[in-house]
Design a protein around this ligand. Structure first.
Ligand SMILES: Nc1nc2c(ncn2[C@@H]2O[C@H](COP(=O)(O)OP(=O)(O)OP(=O)(O)O)[C@@H](O)[C@H]2O)c(=O)[nH]1
Ligand SMILES: [Mg+2]
Length: 358
């Protein structure tokens, strides 16, 4: 499973700088708004040290890590939903992301242009959110119209869709982001069909000044505003200058870079409710990303559809046991191999083997 993550925010706040730090991929960075027009895209491995610990014991020929795709999208401005500043194109990129990383400027620097001349995270976040809301309103109204035109005789299914769309519209008119709205299970299934922007989970990035991490008024504003959202802090500038001086101490820089990627991925896992299970054999050690609540049968299907078709049961070894007892033989000796049926709820770090008939 690959996670698609869109990096959004106002122009010139450090989105491409963050993209470069996270991916090591080239991206143009410059001190003027709309430096990025076409999105920068890069796929990176999800850092998970457990895969190396497993490799130490299993010595597979190959490792397969989870993957995350970062898309650095052009800056959003007021009027984007109406098409200003390539607005609709940008918002379509936002639509294809599963999760959003919203970069917010929290540093003072007279040399770096801000599109509104002063620093105000509250206003900046509000502007971006308003554009996302306006775009959702347009899509919601359009979908209601289409459904009403298409179905002259409205059946129960269409009625449910119309009901949930009207519910969304009421909240959006009130300026509420859809991810803050409580939906029943049925409503959520219906609402997910429309891939709204404001329902996407979000991770805020406070782009801070490295000197004012502890007493940064902008940061406090942002924390108050986004109290329930994950928020890694990053000083893009200091990281970037480190990256430029690669000769300094490559390992230290790499470590800092990996830490930022790690924090980012952890925040994304948290808002998307993701976890990892493993499969191991002599050929391959694989990390599989899944959503909390997944059953053994669903996990089997993820690995190979034949495993689902002929599913008999699943063999489970807990990651910590595998490491502590130095592999499967050790785990077996202490009786810590478990077997379960198709409804077993997979847990983070499970090492799974599917027993199936052909
Ligand atoms: N002082 C300071 N400057 C920064 C920081 N992060 C980025 N910058 C500078 O801000 C300017 C814009 O950075 P970019 O990464 O290009 O910003 P962006 O959001 O991608 O900009 P657009 O693509 O134009 O929307 C560059 O001159 C960066 O060096 C920071 O943490 N501190
Ligand atoms: Mg950029």
């Amino acid at each position: 499973m690959q996670i698609d993550c869109g990096i959004i925010g106002l122009p010139n706040v450090g989105k491409s700088t963050l993209f470069r730090i996270l991916t090591n991929a080239p991206a143009k960075i410059a001190n003027f708004p709309f430096c990025t027009i076409h999105p920068n895209i890069s796929v990176v491995q999800i850092p998970d040290s457990r895969i190396y610990q497993l490799m130490d014991i299993v010595s597979s020929n190959e490792t397969v890590h989870g993957k995350i795709k970062f898309v650095d999208i052009a800056g959003l401005i007021k009027g984007a939903a109406q098409g200003i500043g390539m607005g609709s194109k940008i918002l379509n990129y936002v639509r294809s992301a599963k999760v959003l990383c919203h970069v917010v400027r929290c540093f003072d620097d007279n040399q770096i242009v801000h599109v509104f001349n002063d620093i105000d995270p509250h206003r900046d976040v509000g502007i971006v959110n308003t554009e996302l809301i306006l775009f959702d309103i347009m899509q919601c109204e359009k979908s209601i119209c289409t459904l009403q035109k298409k179905y002259k005789f409205i059946n129960a299914d269409v009625e449910q869709q119309l009901f949930v769309l009207k519910k969304c519209l009421d909240y959006l008119y009130d300026g509420v982001l859809l991810r803050k709205v409580c939906f029943s299970k049925v409503e959520r299934t219906n609402v997910e069909k429309f891939n709204f922007l404001t329902i996407k989970p979000i991770v805020y990035f406070a782009n801070i000044d490295e000197k004012s991490v502890t007493n940064n008024i902008y940061l406090n504003q942002l924390i108050a505003l986004t109290s329930h959202d994950a928020m890694p802090l990053i000083s893009c500038r200091s990281m970037l200058s480190l990256l430029k001086n690669r000769d300094d101490c490559v390992t230290t820089i790499r470590k800092q870079q990996t830490d930022i990627l790690y924090d980012t991925v952890s925040a994304i896992f948290s808002v998307l409710n993701l976890r990892t299970f493993f499969t191991i054999n002599l050929h391959m050690t694989c990390a599989w990303i899944y959503m909390i609540g997944m059953t053994a049968l669903e996990a089997a299907n993820k690995v190979h559809s034949d495993f689902k078709k002929g599913f008999i049961r699943v063999k489970i070894i807990k990651f910590n046991d595998f490491i502590f007892y130095n592999g499967e033989l050790g785990v077996k000796k202490v009786g810590k191999i478990y077997y379960s049926g198709k409804d077993y709820c997979v847990e983070d770090g499970d090492i799974l083997e599917f027993l199936f008939k052909i």
